[in-house]
Design a binder for this molecule. Structure first.
Ligand code: EPZ
Length: 420
């Protein structure tokens, strides 16, 4: 059976302007949050990516009416008929677990298939469960499903997260908004997508303060209602294209992203010799010659984002010297490093560290995408490799990047999708 691949021939200058879409890692949670209060929601600046389609299907299995199109999601959750998400959808997308908090808020019970492990690690749910138990939820798990129920309604509590988990913070917030009393989350995740979710929930009538800081306070409310919202720009999509501009010389501008959401990556780009200019809602990069090596450690926000680790590794691989990239957030997020050696990169993975010796040039080769960000990074490497690179398993890339090939072609890349 034929397979669709991405073919890219390296060497073209990369310059121009790319419009950034709404953040995948916000919109999926906003869609889940529409479960909390019955009504009609209109969410704009929605990226047209396959993960959004899966979340729409999850909501439809619960009884919601969802219309997607033209970067907008219209969701009607007036008549939900179920509190159970099927395995086949959760297996496709771990983010489906984000319906857990909203279902508990709406129905006081939830039955969610346990997401399988994924390519970047086991990605447990212990912090999700422990946090919600603190609000009175009793969990049971059997036959691959988690079943949670709370008799007499959710009750606010103080919860300290062992690790600032993005998903656990979000599920806890989405349950706490209608709990009796106040919930205080200590060591909360601080990602910009958490702030976007809190803004959305407050527009629905919630009472949340402190989002974006390590301590988030939620005063439970009686009533919430539907609302409209524009999704925050996707900092990871933007960072990915900034790397393309640095690799291809630029100047390349990304429009529709707040530079404050990329502080650490922009600082590291400058340390590596890339010229960075900022606008209120745009960033422009340009570069010539070799990159300066710079050690990178991934950390929860505001640290360097793990979702840009593979993309930045392409710069390190072409830097003029030795550098180390340390992955502190996921336990197995170096598959890209293994694959990129096929293109001539000198990367040695040692546990949580990738030890990199810069090389002059990469050579195009057939390579396989094994996860969303690694796949995007393989294409970035192909932009500057000698000859043609063919990237397969590109369904991973389509999960999180709208028209990745079209956007790169629009700034000069010799790139196409092809069935082989
Ligand atoms: C979100 O995943 C993002 N996904 C990820 O983006 C991102 O890499 C991650 O946050 C960190 O920023 C979405 O928002 C849909 P975590 P999430 O809970 O919520 C461990 C991409 O490429 N952990 O902060 O799953 C977990 O195993 C994706 O867009 C537990 O041990 O991330 C991981 O090692 C990839 N127990 C670490 O914490 C738990 O209960 C961070 O996970 C929860 C998490």
């Amino acid at each position: 059976m034929s397979e669709e691949v991405i073919k890219v021939v390296g060497g073209n200058p990369i310059r121009g302007t790319i419009k950034i879409e709404g953040a995948k890692n916000s919109v999926l949670k906003l869609m889940a949050a529409s479960i909390i209060a019955p009504g009609e929601y209109s969410i704009t600046n929605v990226p047209m990516i396959s993960d959004v389609g899966i979340m729409a299907d999850v909501l439809r299995t619960l009884g919601a009416v969802v219309e997607l199109g033209d970067h907008c999601a219209r969701i009607d959750t007036t008549n939900l008929t179920s509190f159970e998400t099927p395995y086949e959808l959760v297996a496709k997308m771990r983010a489906s677990i984000s319906v857990l908090g909203p279902l508990l808020a709406r129905f006081g019970k939830a039955k969610v298939a346990m997401p399988g492990g994924c390519r970047i690690g086991t990605r447990k749910l212990d912090m999700h469960i422990a946090s919600l138990e603190a609000l009175g939820v009793v969990f049971d798990s059997e036959h691959g499903y988690i079943y949670g129920a709370v008799e007499g309604g959710l009750v606010g509590n103080e919860v300290e997260l062992a690790f600032p988990s993005v998903g656990a913070t979000e599920n806890l917030i989405m349950a706490a908004v209608v709990a009796k009393g106040t919930t205080i989350i200590e060591n909360a995740a601080r990602e910009p997508e958490i702030c976007d979710l809190a803004n959305f929930l407050n527009k629905m009538g919630a009472d949340i303060s402190g989002a974006g800081t390590p301590v988030i306070t939620i005063n439970g409310v009686e009533e919430m209602h539907a609302t409209d919202h524009r999704v925050v720009g996707d900092r990871i999509e933007a960072g990915t294209y900034l790397i393309a501009g640095a690799l291809g010389g630029g100047p390349l501008t990304v429009e529709g992203v707040d530079p404050n959401n990329l502080r650490r990556p922009l600082a590291i780009l400058e340390k590596m010799g890339v010229h960075v200019e900022e606008g209120p809602n745009s960033i422009t990069v340009s570069h010539e010659g070799a990159f300066k090596p710079y050690d990178i450690q991934t950390l929860p926000f505001p640290g360097f984002p793990t979702d840009l680790q593979a993309q930045f590794m392409v710069l390190s691989i072409l830097a003029d010297g030795h550098s180390i990239i340390t992955e502190n957030v996921f336990e197995n997020r170096f598959m890209f490093a293994d694959e990129i050696t096929r293109m001539g990169a000198d990367v040695r993975v040692d546990g949580h560290h990738a030890v990199i010796e810069g090389v002059e040039q990469l050579s195009g080769a057939p390579v396989q995408s094994s996860d969303l960000r690694g796949g995007a990074a393989l294409v970035l490497a192909g932009l500057v490799a000698d000859g043609e690179t063919t990237v397969s398993n590109i369904e991973h890339i389509d999960r999180g990047y709208e028209d990745y090939v079209g956007k790169l072609r629009s700034v000069g890349a010799d790139i196409k999708r092809e069935f082989v």
